[in-house]
Ligand binder design. Structure first.
Ligand SMILES: [Zn+2]
Length: 67
């Protein structure tokens, strides 16, 4: 019974870690600065979607490190 509890705790911890990494291990996109858009190089008042984060304003950084 103790072994079963231990395995259950390990599974819960593993799931929590994966969820934690997937939701918190991200940072503001350094390319667009969190706007999700970049100004067009030709016409400054027009915008295009940021290719780095694809408009989501966040990029994933493994282990919290900068990419
Ligand atoms: Zn971006």
């Amino acid at each position: 019974m103790d072994t079963l509890l231990l395995i259950g705790a390990a599974v819960v911890a593993g799931v929590w870690l994966l969820r934690h990494l997937s939701t918190h291990n991200r940072r503001v996109c350094p390319r667009c600065g969190g706007t999700g858009r970049l100004t067009s190089g030709v016409v400054s008042k027009r915008y295009r979607q940021c290719p780095r984060c694809k408009g989501t304003t966040f990029v994933r950084g493994w282990g919290g490190r900068p990419e």
